[in-house]
Design a protein around this ligand. Sequence first.
Ligand code: NAD
Ligand code: UGA
Length: 467
Amino acid sequence: MNNKSIKNICCIGAGYVGGPSMAVIALNCPDIIVNVVDINLQKIDAWNSDDLSRLPVFEPGLDKVVEKCRGKNLFFSTEVERNIRKADIIFISVNTPTKEIGLGKGYASDLKWIESSARQIAKFSRNHTIVVEKSTLPVRTAETIRDILESSEEISDFGTEREQKSFSIISNPEFLAEGSAINDLQNPDRVLIGGEEEESIDRICSIYKNWVDSDKIITTNLWSSELSKLVANAFLAQRISSINSISALCELTGANIKEVSLAIGKDKRIGDQFLKPGPGFGGSCFKKDILNLVYLCQYYGLHDVADYWEQIVKINSWQQERISSIVIKNLFGTLSNKKLAILGFSFKANTNDTRESPSIAISKNLLKEGSELNFYDPKVNKNQILKEFQGNEYEKKIKVSETAFDAAKGTDAVIVLTEWEQFNNLDWELIFQVMRKPAWVFDSRNYLDKNHLSKVGFKVWTLGQSS
Ligand code: NAD
Ligand code: UGA
């Protein structure tokens, strides 16, 4: 089976996954029309903006791909119904956050956006449609989607035509990381495709085979594919909590977490990736996916297994509390009448995404202690930062600056929470001159030049090193 028979793809959800992943499909499959649809008009307008710096997702290289394909075989619109009708294959890339109310609150995934997408597909699709789960989902969600699709009217009536509808469901989770999405999509470690019918699996494989080697395309049953995505994220997050837990032990013993990380990572069985210590993992997925795994384990009666995985999230929160306390203790135990500069608001470098950013939790802890905060992030805009504190008692204690230098002016400490490369190249001498003394730098990512900062005159705390 080749992809000649695939003419039209629709993707529901134009977010961090839907936008970049479909842009890369469009780039590599010029014969396929790719329509990305979303209910959020503002987001679609931004995807269609002439000014490519205004795309709703900042990803290195994304603007070039969009420039090349948009208007040719890549389209962004709010016309959900019309594009579902035209599609041979529908990817569902909608959000699946943690439930905030009701059964499973705080743990289970909220599948209301998945359900509404499935209902729209059931209503508006025609003939045979392959429905692809691109969102990250609890294992066995395909069963729910199938129930919704199969409860749709068997026969649909479009004008004078009467057609038989049928569906097959495929799980094709996305493994891209933000900040490197285009590279991850162009050169994936693997593409995972789970399904029940060989023909549908082959059709999805045929799309990826346009640019991905066949030996990187793994096919499994539906449930293995759905579960593997959750487990991959849980294993990645587990490494971060492991190294962060050891960062605390390093600070007390004279070991240096960077050296420990290097030493253990050289063992091929451990590997050197994902061993960077920091203020805890952020991002929209790790926490929600582990909590979802915890919920599933509880649901299936595996309580000890649930406790094991929940500990990864607990250590993550503990690391954020720990860093906040270290700042407070070093600033003489109180932040009243003190101003602090927070450098970095995105959850990692090279993205404008702030969801679950460690900066949010740590800033709130510092505000609770009475400090004022000046923020600077190279890619997160002012409103996005202010929104995070809107409506709470600390709103008036927040300022967002245009440069790191402005943010640092008149402060007692600079707290670096995102590892933007530019923070390494700041004119720290100049910054030192405009700060109140003793002037502190807290490096929560262990990546600044501590010797240089100390020489300039700063008091420096580096995560995972004894002072
Ligand atoms: P997102 O919030 O950025 O985008 C989801 C989009 O879906 C939103 O724009 C929303 O308006 C739209 N939407 C919701 N319901 C809709 C409907 N019925 N019709 C049309 N549009 C609808 O989310 P995201 O970060 O792209 O994540 C999507 C999924 O992919 C999640 O399950 C997530 O866990 C998973 N995932 C995310 C990443 C990542 O790096 N962000 C990576 C891998 C997997
Ligand atoms: C993560 C996974 O890496 C992707 O494979 C997955 O597709 C995605 O989640 C998802 O399902 O959403 P992402 O969250 O975009 O991608 O970014 P990561 O690079 O994994 O970083 C996550 C968090 O961990 C960041 O806050 C980062 O600073 C932190 N991190 C990462 C560390 O503290 N140390 C590390 O060594 C690596």
